[in-house]
Ligand binder design. Structure first.
Ligand SMILES: Cc1cc2nc3c(=O)[nH]c(=O)nc-3n(C[C@H](O)[C@H](O)[C@H](O)COP(=O)(O)OP(=O)(O)OC[C@H]3O[C@@H](n4cnc5c(N)ncnc54)[C@H](O)[C@@H]3O)c2cc1C
Length: 411
């Protein structure tokens, strides 16, 4: 016998995409479950910068003032640190519409941001299953059943089954897994692996967010909350392997991948080296990936996808949190305006995918082009030469990456 639904929607993953979808649906009276495998607060590989264009949305979700109270300083300048070159230019302001209060983006640690959003979703009525890993999604009559493994996800752990007509995959894109919405595992030499750390005592100017380029990768630095400087980067798998091999031959002994990355950054990028000179590591380095830039289906196998699961831009433009928050919101708007049933969900899926592409595909492609140049042979040096002669190229790049683009419904 078919079991009745336990919820109207089950959201898998409590990053910014999952919590914004869950929060917006719960605010509209939906019975929502959020399943999150990690206990919070947890740090995450991410630069942690959020464009000002998201603030009206964060206000609507009820967390804008808490975000303003916690986040780091306004980022009014964008920069490029490339070899010995350090160039900066104004960040384009983003005051969008009469209701907007914020002109410039800021950074907030993902340990703080993700907890803030999840607490707000819980307060709005969402039921949170955490730590709980979704390990299967199976059709069950008009619903789909999501199997959740409690705790760390070991097969011995107790399982819970939730059922809902609407399933939202918000599990990101960096980990393979058994769900039909998860990406298959790939390992290629040109894959980009992500690294991130917090430092205190950095001399990075508080209003500056430089893009870092270095052989085999790119990254960024920004002052976040509580005086923590967030440094994050991506490096090619093969370049990292070569650097580790060389270190082992020259010095012997075991050194972690993150330590090699930090040494490489300091050795090849003057701006990063200077900013880190007096700085102390706050917590450990984190690693993730490979990242999976690209545009994917927003609705497939009767599962909606938001955030990185739906599509991902190279983090060279620092827009992934914006895309996560905004895609969750877009989907919730479409779902709450639609008729039920699978045909209704198919129509929602088509409208949502159209809206997603209209809003994000330019920045995904712009980020791909910038990343190709930064990673290509001689490309970073060329970028350095261009911005030395024309620093406003950085301002233009920030505009092109969507930092001043209004979220639908808040123009
Ligand atoms: C080096 C680097 C720097 C970056 N810097 C920035 C930046 O400065 N600004 C910016 O906007 N973006 C940045 N990004 C991108 C940003 O981190 C991502 O785009 C964003 O985190 C995507 O959010 P999400 O909610 O889709 O997924 P995630 O944040 O990845 O969240 C997914 C959640 O799902 C959970 N989960 C996964 N599988 C399961 C499962 N089976 N069951 C239950 N839970 C599950 C995970 O634990 C996680 O909490 C950066 C990325 C990298 C790699």
């Amino acid at each position: 016998m078919k079991q009745p639904s336990t919820h109207d929607a089950i959201v898998i993953g409590a990053g910014p995409a999952g919590t914004s979808a869950a929060l917006a649906l719960a605010q509209r009276g939906w019975a929502v479950a959020i399943v999150e495998k990690s206990a919070f607060p947890r740090r995450k590989v991410c630069g942690e910068y959020i464009s000002a264009s998201n603030l009206t949305l964060l206000d609507r979700l009820g967390v804008g003032d808490a975000w303003r109270a916690e986040a780091g300083p306004e980022i009014r300048r964008v920069g490029l640190f490339c070899g010995d070159t350090c160039v900066e230019a104004p960040m384009p302001g983003a005051k969008l519409g009469p209701a907007a209060r914020d002109d410039f983006g800021r950074a907030l640690g993902r340990d703080v941001l993700d907890s803030l959003l999840l607490d707000a979703a819980r307060s709005a009525g969402a039921e949170v299953f955490q730590p709980g890993r979704a390990v299967a999604i199976d059709r069950d009559g008009a619903c789909q059943a999501v199997r959740i493994q409690a705790g760390a996800g070991n097969s011995r752990d107790e399982a819970t089954i939730l059922r809902a007509p609407v399933i939202v995959a918000a599990h990101g894109s960096w980990e393979p897994g058994p769900l039909p919405s998860q990406l298959e595992k790939k390992s290629r030499p040109w894959d980009l692996l992500g690294f991130k750390a917090h430092f205190t005592g950095s001399t990075l100017p508080p209003d500056l967010m430089p893009l870092l380029t270095f052989p085999g990768g790119y990254g960024g630095m920004v002052l976040a909350d509580h005086g923590r400087m967030s440094i994050s980067c991506c490096i090619r798998r093969d370049v990292l392997a070569r650097l580790r091999g060389r270190h082992a031959r020259e010095h012997g002994g075991h050194v972690s991948a993150a330590e090699i990355v930090e040494r490489h950054l300091r050795a090849t990028c003057r701006g990063a080296r200077d900013a880190l000179e007096e700085a102390r590591l706050d917590g450990s380095w984190l690693a993730a990936g490979p990242i999976r830039p690209g545009i994917r289906a927003g609705y497939e196998k009767d599962i909606f996808r938001v955030g990185n699961a739906a599509g991902e831009s190279h983090p060279i433009i620092a827009e992934g949190i914006s895309m996560a928050l905004q895609s969750g919101w877009l989907l919730a708007l479409e779902l709450s305006a639609a008729a039920g049933g699978q045909a209704g969900r198919g129509a929602v899926g088509r409208r949502y995918e159209r809206a997603w592409r209209g809003l994000f595909s330019t920045r995904v492609r712009a980020a791909e082009a910038i990343a190709r140049i930064a990673l290509g042979h001689g490309g970073a040096a060329m970028m350095g030469a261009v911005v030395r002669n024309f620093p406003r190229a950085l301002t233009l790049g920030a505009r092109l990456s969507g930092k001043t683009r209004a979220v639908p419904g808040f123009g």
